[in-house]
Design a protein around this ligand. Sequence first.
Ligand code: ZN
Length: 687
Amino acid sequence: MIFKSVASLLLLSGSVCFAQSFAGSESAAGPSSEPKRPISFDLSAIDKTADPCTDFYTYACGNWKKNNPIPGDQTRWGRFNELAERNNYLVYQELKAAADAPKTPLQKKYGAYFAACMNIDLADKLGTKPIEPALKTIADWNDKKTLATLLGEMESRYATGYFFNFGSEQDQKDSTQQIGEVDQAGLGLPDRDYYLNDDERSKTLRDQYVEHVTKMFVLLGDTPEAAAAEAKSVMAVETALAQGSMSRVDRRSPANVYHITTIAELQTMTPGFDWKVYLGAKKEGELKTVNVTAPNFFKAMDEQIGSADINALKSYLRWQTAHRFANNLSEPFVQENFRFYSQTLAGQKELAPRWKRCTMATDRALGEAVGQDWVAKNFPPAAKDNMEKLVHALETALDQDIKQLDWMSDATKVEAKKKLDAFRDKVGYPEKWRDYSSVVVKPDDPVGNAQRVAAFNDHRDLAKIGKPVDEKEWGMTPPTVNAYYNPAQNDINFPAGILQPPFYDFKIDPAVNFGGIGVVIGHEMTHGFDDQGSRYDPQGNVRSWWTAEDRKKFEERTDCEVKEYGGFEVASGQTHEEALTLGENTADNGGLHIAYAALMQTLAQESSTAEGKIDGYTPAQRFFIGFGQVWCENQTEQSARLRAKTDPHSSGQWRTNGSVQNFDEFGKAFGCKVDQPMMPANACRVW
Ligand SMILES: [Zn+2]
């Protein structure tokens, strides 16, 4: 699945790959100690010298920020990361046990994957050998007209994503069906803007990128002179692809990425690439139509294939192959990849220990295998039951919120209610686990393992084309600390990994849990009604269910947020890209309102003890502090700049302050006066 329209709580899964903490000096040692369990509502995090009405984020998180510097192997360090580190450690325990003494066939498989990844001596001994078959295939290619044959073969055996992605996707107009889709891809830098922007910082990063690509070619055995020339060619090819690429903001509108095209039309559009041959190699030769997300990209790709020297295209393919598997290769590749992608681009000081990287890699590769055993130990059935109750409480609150909206007509409210009633709630883990029985894992072949998993996922994804949609499938693994809404399925998804402190604590007062996981639930539900989700109907089809006048009023409200968040700075001279973050900002604001309403209903139903102060704070104050403390974080300047370009989420500071300053109940809870920074007279409100 090309997960382009899924709105997640923390970070889009597709963006994660650039900031991975892959690369210090290599050691196969395990963790030195167990990461501490995060706590909900941390009194020691609060900075009482700060005025909550002036800067609530500093009040809720000031001492946490002072006492929690960014660890050397991270680019951002927040409460999410604390929990993710702990989950990762617990997954590591499963992997280590399975590698040492597997008890089941599944444990044998994921244990072997992990053990192969951990084997530094093997990786160093193998050097570039594991990717030599792929490099030879590229070296032997000598006719541009057969690029389609080459890509079909390379993708089936090694990996996808050269130039473009081909996969399955739910049809926007008939969400019960899976269709084929070709989408822009193929860049080595995190976004097209890195190739196109003219400022000094972008130019310097481009020079550093070319230097990195050069070093990778030298590691492949090329002379420095040849490597420099090849890197220049790579830059030219990728710049041409970037010029044709659609921006992240434009991709938010479903209509912009929906162009059902016959294969014959696609062939006319891109005469230099033989689609029949390519699709045949992918065993999709019968396909009559595909969705071409970004036609201009494919035209640019075709022009580039036509005009570039074949040696330039070969350099591009070689680079992308080495890049894709750099972290599975010997130490010099791992270090060089770390130096550019983690250090230069994201400000990470040191390579994460190998056990962490291999744990994350195994979770990505075989997440529903190790996830089964992780869930059995770490996710009690009571947690699932409680979570389902919370989700229902939030759905009731959103229902009432919609009924009370003064700007929406009754006609649109009826439709909104239908959409809310059609939400599918998915909590914890899949009902049916993915079947990995066909994936061959060998203890002495780490790169081959990664390639076979990539091929398995590719085949699995393509096999969906023309078949009904599997609504029970998950897009995140169980230990993941995140959540998402998928507009085409109209479902909200909460992996087991996030259903723990600081988000949810079985033993704490409801105010804190509603401020934590309650807001997370409200956030995902609101995605169904943000700038993107609101264009989908209850069945997940793109269809306008709004009256024209209501849509106009909705957009006036979202425009207020666009202007507001566009003024929030994340690094010197770097603000949020307001149209990119609009959906997440709307979800943060809506989530906070809905969770607060759900808390107040819950407190009204419970005994009066729930209304008293705890630790000197009222339930409303505890709700807001619980919310703010989920977002305590420190991040490197480089990471802040990288995320501003690629991440649709605002930074923790603005996720907190932006949301509370738009909610008058916050000002009331802390006794703020109108026109103080956290209680502006002209607050924005959508949901
Ligand atoms: Zn989100």
